[in-house]
Every structure is written in structure tokens, then in C-alpha cells.
Ligand binder design. Structure first.
Ligand code: ADP
Ligand code: 5GP
Length: 208
């Protein structure tokens, strides 16, 4: 029996360490598939098209939305970001566990479409540390940093109602291990075990 993969959404303020944790998570778990998002943001130094993001023009992105190729999409800090639908669907049906690194509007939309998804929110140890990380990453200009921090404050108010788990990114290894454990647990949850339960109940009925 080919069990469907587990879908995990990871969100958190810009600069909290989502990318860093996800890289570590992929070293810990070989059954994971990272959904490469599309974006209209310009690539940062070291970012590779098709690996970190699919970098698109606004027009290309809008065409993808219109042709129904996006599972979800959102505007963040002046750019579009979106999750391609077909790859996510294909990997889940192959039994691969899929990880999305998306912001809160996208997470809300994924939850509506796929209520079985697990939503994890990464918290900074403090706001001061968040600022230090965002500035220290050295990828954003002043205006983008302040826009991203402003968005973080709004997100933080909305997150408690939406997300299933909250993980403080103090030590990267620990945070990654906690996510790995959550994903592992989901394999024994109601949704993942649906088929196995059905089979054993059917067998039990033949004996009743
Ligand atoms: P995000 O993907 O959430 O925007 P990044 O993964 O790019 O964040 O991390 C932002 C910065 O913080 C990077 O410079 C990264 O090296 C650093 N960082 C990530 N996790 C930690 C941590 N636990 N302690 C200290 N610095 C961290
Ligand atoms: P960054 O520009 O720092 O790479 O990402 C900015 C924000 O966009 C992050 O919060 C990240 O999680 C989010 N993001 C990345 N890809 C997607 C996506 O496909 N959909 C949505 N909704 N958000 C995304």
C-alpha cells in the first residue's frame, strides 16, 4: 500500500531562520521534498533558479496564476510568491513528505484546501535577536528590513489562531529535530492511517 505523504507548512518572521532550519531538516530526513516556490523577487547572491526559487517576471507569475498552476500565492514585501500545485500533488501521491516554506496568507489558504496539512510557526528567541539575524544576513536594504519587521509584528498577532505548532529557533539542530519528530508523528495520525484502519476494520467485519 502506497501511503500518501504528509504535508508540512513552515512559516515565521523573515530572518527567523526558516531556510537554515529546513536545510538541516533535509539532512536529517531523506523522505522529504522541498516545494520550490515561484517568486518575482530578485535572486540573492548564491540563490539558484529552480533550487531556491523559480524566479519569474510579474507577467510570467500572473500567467501561472491564471492558468491555475498555483496551489496558493500571496504578495509579500512588494513581490509575488506562490506554490506550484502539480509538484506538491505528485510528491504527496508518491508518498513523499512535502515541506512548504511560505508566509501566513499562503498557510491560511493551504489549510483551507488541505485541512490535513500541519502548520508550524518558527519563533525567534526575542524580537531583538530577530532584528539582529535579519540585519546580519545582509541581504536586504533598510527599507526591506523595516517592511519585513512590520509584517512580522502583524503575523505574530495572527499566528496563534492558525498554526498547530510553535518552535523557538534557539539552536538550529534542536528546532530541526523537533520538526522531524512532528512529521514522524503525523505518519500515525488519523489521515495517514485512514487506509490501514479501513483494511483492518473490513477484516474485523468479516469475523463479526
Ligand atoms: P528565514 O529563512 O526565516 O528568512 P534564514 O534561514 O535566512 O531566515 O536566517 C536568517 C539569518 O539568521 C541567517 O544569517 C542565519 O545564518 C541566521 N540564523 C538562523 N538560525 C539561527 C540560530 N538558531 N541562531 C543564530 N543565527 C541563526
Ligand atoms: P524571502 O524573500 O525571504 O525568501 O521570503 C519572504 C517570505 O515569502 C517568507 O516568509 C517565505 O516563507 C514566503 N514565501 C516563500 N515562498 C512562498 C510561497 O510559495 N507562497 C507564499 N505564500 N509565501 C512564500
Amino acid at each position: 500500500m502506497n501511503k500518501r505523504g504528509v504535508l508540512t507548512v513552515i512559516s515565521g518572521p523573515s530572518g527567523v531562520g526558516k531556510g537554515t532550519i529546513i536545510n538541516r531538516l533535509f539532512e536529517l530526513d531523506e523522505n522529504l521534498y522541498f516545494s520550490v516556490s515561484a517568486t518575482t523577487r530578485k535572486p540573492r547572491a548564491g540563490e539558484i533558479d529552480g533550487v531556491h526559487y523559480s524566479f519569474k517576471t510579474k507577467e510570467e507569475f500572473e500567467n501561472d496564476i491564471e492558468s491555475g498552476e498555483m496551489l496558493e500565492h500571496a504578495s509579500f514585501s512588494g513581490n509575488y510568491y506562490g506554490t506550484p500545485k502539480s509538484a506538491v500533488e505528485e510528491k504527496l501521491s508518491q508518498g513523499k513528505d512535502v515541506v512548504l516554506d511560505i508566509e501566513i496568507q499562503g498557510a491560511r489558504n493551504v489549510k483551507k484546501l488541505m485541512p490535513e496539512a500541519t502548520l508550524i510557526y518558527i519563533l525567534p528567541p526575542s524580537i531583538d535577536e530577530l532584528k539582529k539575524r535579519l540585519i546580519g544576513r545582509n541581504t536586504e536594504d533598510k527599507e526591506s528590513i523595516s517592511r519585513r519587521l512590520h509584517t512580522a509584528y502583524t503575523e505574530l498577532h495572527e499566528a496563534p489562531e492558525l498554526y498547530d505548532y510553535f518552535i523557538v529557533n534557539d539552536m538550529v539542530d534542536e528546532a530541526a529535530m523537533k520538526i522531524k519528530n512532528i512529521i514522524e508523528g503525523k505518519h500515525y495520525g488519523r489521515t495517514a492511517m485512514q487506509e490501514a484502519l479501513k483494511l483492518i476494520i473490513e477484516e474485523a467485519e468479516t469475523l463479526a
